[in-house]
Ligand binder design. Structure first.
Ligand code: IPE
Ligand code: MG
Length: 224
């Protein structure tokens, strides 16, 4: 969800206003997903690298999660949305941890739509954490080194249980993954719309999906 800052700067607004507009865009996109048959959505909301930003900016990004959970949790729960937060708990304040636990617990039994929020997330940290967990199981004699395979790793990462993304959309014209879903994105299709995230709407989503539909996915095989 990139481009909040540029969206705000282009309007002479503080960056935090861009982040707030970004929450509105997230709400629009989540609401539009069922129409397209999308059942899983993972959004990149705060990366482990975002700690390098000034404190005020970090606080504005944390406020986004507060705003989203406080304003939308009840409504999403009633709509059958399961919310999971993918990321490290390290460095997060108690109130943020409480919001994470509240959203996760309240919606744990829902299965109409799966919304994953990558928050304090980094793809390499996700893998390090998974490999450490597997190594601990090897040390404890529960697992042999040879039993570590793609399945056990997929089950040990934060996004375990979420299918690999078919499509990854990065807004605002940047052509990078920036440490997003490094393991699961192996065969994802990528689109890089120019739109800044706060401007991203149902029509941008439809365009990204049309681009996806026009592609042939071979997964390393030959075209049938
Ligand atoms: C995305 O917008 C906010 C997140 C960290 C998810 P940015 O804050 O990166 O906006 P730009 O890149 O400065 O426009
Ligand atoms: Mg950015």
């Amino acid at each position: 969800m990139d481009g909040n800052g540029r969206w705000a700067e282009a309007r002479g607004l503080p960056r935090a206003a861009g982040h707030r507009a970004g929450v509105d865009a997230l709400r629009r996109v989540v609401d539009a997903c069922p129409e397209f048959g999308i059942e899983h959505l993972t959004v990149y909301s705060f990366s482990t690298e975002n700690w390098a930003r000034p404190t005020a900016e970090i606080n504005a990004l944390f406020d986004l999660l507060r705003l989203f959970v406080n304003r939308d949790l009840r409504r999403l729960h009633e709509a059958g949305v399961r919310i999971r937060i993918l990321g490290s708990r390290t460095g997060l304040s108690d109130d943020i941890l409480e919001l994470i636990d509240k959203s996760t617990t309240l919606t744990a039994q829902n299965n109409r739509f799966h919304l994953n929020i990558a928050f304090n997330y980094g793809g390499r940290t996700e893998l390090v954490t998974a490999f450490q967990a597997l190594a601990r199981r090897v040390e404890a004699g529960e697992l042999s080194a040879d039993e570590i395979d793609e399945t056990t790793i997929s089950q040990a990462i934060w996004s375990a249980g979420t299918p690999d993304p078919d499509l990854i959309i990065r807004t605002s014209g940047e052509f990078r993954l920036s440490n997003f879903l490094l393991w699961s994105s192996a065969y994802s299709e990528l689109v890089f719309p120019d739109a800044w995230w706060p401007d991203f709407d149902r029509d941008h989503l439809a365009a990204a999906l049309a681009s996806y539909q026009a592609r042939t996915r071979r997964f390393g095989g030959l075209q049938k």
